[in-house]
Design a protein around this ligand. Sequence first.
Ligand code: ZN
Length: 115
Amino acid sequence: MHELSVCQGLLREVARVAAEHDAVAVDRIVLRVGRLSGVEPPLLLRAFEVARAGTLAESAKLEIQAGPVIVQCRQCGARAEVAVNRLVCPDCGDWRVQVVEGEELLLLKLDIEKL
Ligand SMILES: [Zn+2]
């Protein structure tokens, strides 16, 4: 399952940040998952339940925020939010657009516990 390796990467990142701040536990993880990232939030949550065992994030709550999909048109330069299934410029209708936002997987916030 793709989400499991994504989760393990996330937990490595969480462990690194937690160590930097001398954390003894992680309470909450807020993650931004772009709609074009290829990651399914329900599957990610399930994978997290498995992957977090034995880590600092063992009892952490994982919150997933779905980000918008934003494209920039290579023809007219317009930048706008579009639907996932409609990756064209909303201004001129050209399909030569670049995805500026929506493919990301970002750690937004980490609530940690210190001694
Ligand atoms: Zn355009």
